[in-house]
Design a protein around this ligand. Sequence first.
Ligand code: SAH
Length: 256
Amino acid sequence: MVHFVGAGSGAADLITVRGARLLEEADVVIYAGSLVNPALLEYTKPGCEIHNSAQMTLEQVLDVVKAAEAAGKTTVRLHTGDSSIYGAVREQFDQLEALGVEYDVCPGVSSFCGAAASLRAEYTLPDVSQSVIITRAAGRTPVPDRESLRSFAAHQATMVLFLSAGLADKVREDLLAGGYPPETPAAVVYKATWPDEMILRCTVDTLPETIGAGNIKKTALIIVGDCMGDKYLRSRLYSPDFSTEFRKGTDDAEET
Ligand code: SAH
């Protein structure tokens, strides 16, 4: 049995209770060493076999899983954040299915959630943005043309860019060309929730200079949008005039 476990964004206690239990019980752990906090390995039991997938190919990962399965062992495949976001898990799922190996997935706190907490931000503010665009700049991994940053920028929604800190000039160019005003608030969060986390607040216009000054090259998110500004409407849900299934408001309507 293989358990894919989201390690969370960095801090070792941000793994889920289920994820920690699976780590405690695992006979074999394969962790994404380039991004997973090694402190998480302290959850493992003595004698647990540990592999760092940063130095392995997909084939080598599968070889470790196959050997574990043959010995009747339980494997945890530990991915950073939540494995559904740039986790390269689908190719593993498909290979395991072809091999007839049972697997399941335990979610984790993605870094975009860890960063929101560090920024004390709400990505979805009434009258500001009700959508979060999770994307990346095209780099060595291409992005389909129909998902260009420029086209997404036209929405001026909250945007979280993964894997793009090294492409800040292009990011600024596309965000401005697409429609964000240059003064739109932005933030760069380096190693969100890790002990050496760094938060740099700026605007779309000053993104490249900010990233350069912080000497940030990787393990960072770029967050853009007026959700980090100071104008918004208060929520209807907690407004005295708004009725819900659970609370009668002065408007006496039946909305949830
Ligand atoms: N599955 C992960 C993302 C893996 S892709 C998740 O859900 O967070 C790797 C990219 O994620 C990094 O290049 C960086 O852009 C981002 N990232 C991962 N952990 C981060 C952290 N603690 N702080 C900021 N960015 C992080």
